[in-house]
Design a protein around this ligand. Structure first.
Ligand SMILES: C[S@@+](CC[C@H](N)C(=O)[O-])C[C@H]1O[C@@H](n2cnc3c(N)ncnc32)[C@H](O)[C@@H]1O
Length: 283
């Protein structure tokens, strides 16, 4: 008689696309450091307390926000119940008492929310889901209405010559742990631009994960986005009533031939390769 195994061998375990996504794409502390920095530029006299992560998916930022201070609270808003359930199961129990200060909301970010917060964000280009400008402006109006006076909204977007081509970009990722402590294998994160239509600027993109032993999670995530430009976003923010708009982007380390990890306020950007910009709008 063979003994029953209590845990499947690592090679047969179901791949958790949310856990792999977080390792592949998200830089939670880097993002939060930046959000706090831009808040302080606008509000030097007061620490931010209330935060909303729009398009929150697994609420990585919202949870990390409340862990930065006992007086902090955060809301995460997403339409899809599946990643919210993942957050409740795999993230919040490990945040212990801080989890009580996170509220997950299943809903549309185009609806204004209460209470108004100090800082809100829409990161990893999620707002590109709005193919029509009227939907984008509706979102921005709701986001503004849900900010306190002098509150900031941070969104990011990308572009540049290289980003406007069909491309497949591969990045190796080290073995890590998911938020509940489950070990994740090392893997390759594949970012694919399948097509970009210049008529409506619709970009079809996929995320694939390649794991050891030839395992592959193809099209783990697919995005049908409208690739807005920076001036299009600025004009929509002005129309939605925001009073102040800035563009920030990472500096370049010429010796390492990579970004230097620090975001600077910019009036110009090099459009040759791919740029990622952070738009900071103040209520
Ligand atoms: C790319 S994921 C964002 C993941 C994570 N927040 C990040 O920064 O990497 C986009 C999320 O937006 C959600 N979403 C799309 N349209 C939405 C809407 N109108 N209101 C709220 N959430 C929406 C999707 O369900 C999805 O979980």
């Amino acid at each position: 008689m063979t003994k029953r195994r209590h845990t499947a061998p690592r090679s047969r375990r179901r791949l958790d696309r949310h856990a792999l996504y977080e390792v592949a794409v998200q830089g939670v502390d880097w993002d939060l450091d930046f959000l706090e920095r831009v808040w302080r530029y606008r509000n030097p006299a007061r620490e931010p307390r209330l935060f909303r992560e729009d398009f929150c998916s697994t609420a990585a930022l919202a949870t990390a926000w409340v862990r930065r201070g006992r007086d902090r609270r955060a809301w995460g808003v997403d339409l899809d119940p599946e990643p919210l359930a993942w957050a409740r199961r795999h993230r919040l129990p490990w945040a212990r008492e801080a989890a009580k200060r996170v509220t997950l909301v299943r809903g549309d970010v185009r609806q204004a929310r209460r209470p108004a917060v100090d800082v809100a964000c829409a990161l990893n280009f999620s707002w590109w889901v709005f193919h029509e400008r009227t939907d984008l402006v509706r979102y921005l109006r709701a986001a503004r209405a849900s900010l306190k006076p002098r509150g900031v909204l941070v969104m990011n977007l990308f572009g540049g010559g290289d980003a406007e081509r069909a491309l497949v970009e591969r990045t190796r990722k080290r073995a890590e742990h998911s938020p509940d402590g489950t070990p994740l294998p090392r893997f390759t994160y594949v970012w694919e631009h399948a097509s970009l239509n210049p008529v409506d600027r619709r970009l079809l993109a996929h995320i694939h994960f390649e794991l050891p032993n030839g395992r592959r999670l193809g099209r783990a995530f697919t995005y049908d986005w409208r690739m807005y430009t920076i001036p299009e976003l600025r004009d929509a923010l002005v129309e939605a009533g925001f009073s102040h708009f800035e563009v920030w982007a990472e500096g370049w380390d010429a010796r390492a031939k990579s970004g230097n990890g620090v975001l600077y306020k910019r009036a110009t950007l090099d459009n040759e390769d791919t740029w990622i910009a952070y738009a900071v709008a103040t209520r």
